[in-house]
Design a protein around this ligand. Structure first.
Ligand code: PGA
Length: 251
């Protein structure tokens, strides 16, 4: 499977900055084959990103969506609205959604089902907090999040989902998981997929996220069961995100 290199701009970069970013990024990676590229800007930058990357090898995704398609939900954005813009992917259950915005597995599951119904490709994030790792509960937490958000999905929808392992302690901290820690967590997530899907489990991409940088991307992506990366801070500069995309080809 091709590696998937995805960028999550979070609440950064203005719509007016997208054109310059796209020019510089595409100058580096516009002809890159053998790797799948995805950028997830903030909602307000999505139209500019869809336009700037149309016809290129870069997909555009959203960072979240609401659990229903329309209605009295002031301030929210629905999957149907994203689709109408030309967005193809959506991040769901990112640790900031779980821990800052109190999203639980049940809500994330509802969003996942809706994303699939609409034809948006969901990237479901799971990951343990520092104290959970220290108390030896990493696998229990990963299993709970996996079961709670994905467990009830029909097999064909589960098989069409991207999973991202993002240990909370590694996000935005500079504390990247060691290749060994990532390898173990990815092997565990793969085993959960095998329980549900059997052989098909090997076709579901499992991304790693948490302080990925140009300097550590190739080593991480060389680990078994690590099918790409989800990059926050290092995706804000087109040259560093491009370097991570190129690192995927060395693995
Ligand atoms: P980071 O964020 O690369 O800045 O650690 C990753 C993420 O939150 O997806």
């Amino acid at each position: 499977m091709k590696k998937l290199v995805a960028g999550n701009w979070k609440m950064n970069l203005l719509p007016s900055q997208v054109g310059d970013y796209a020019r510089r990024f595409l100058a580096e990676v516009g002809k890159l084959e053998g790797v799948e590229l995805l950028l997830c800007p903030s909602d307000t930058a999505l139209p500019a990103a869809v336009e700037a990357f149309s016809g290129s090898n870069v997909f555009v995704g959203a960072q979240n969506m609401h659990s229903v398609c329309s209605g009295a939900f002031t301030g929210e954005t629905s999957g149907e609205m994203l689709l109408d813009l030309g967005v193809t992917h959506v991040l769901l259950g990112h640790s900031e959604r779980r821990h800052v915005f109190a999203e639980d597995d049940e809500l994330i599951h509802t969003k996942l089902v809706l994303a699939h119904e609409l034809g948006l490709k969901p990237i479901l994030c799971v990951g343990e907090k520092q104290e959970q790792r220290e108390s030896g509960s990493t696998e229990r937490v990963l299993r709970e999040q996996f079961e709670g958000s994905l467990g009830k999905l029909p097999a064909e929808l589960l098989a069409a989902t991207v999973v991202a392992y993002e240990p909370v302690w590694a996000i935005g901290t500079g504390l990247t998981a060691t290749p060994e820690i990532a390898r173990q967590a990815h092997a565990f997530l793969r085993s959960l997929l095998v329980e549900k899907l059997g052989e098909v489990a090997s076709t579901v991409p499992i991304l790693y996220g948490g302080s990925v940088k140009p300097a550590n991307a190739a080593e991480l992506m060389s680990q078994p069961d690590l099918d790409g990366v989800l990059v926050g801070g290092a995706s804000l500069k087109p040259e560093s995100f491009a370097a991570i995309a190129k690192a995927a080809l060395k693995t």
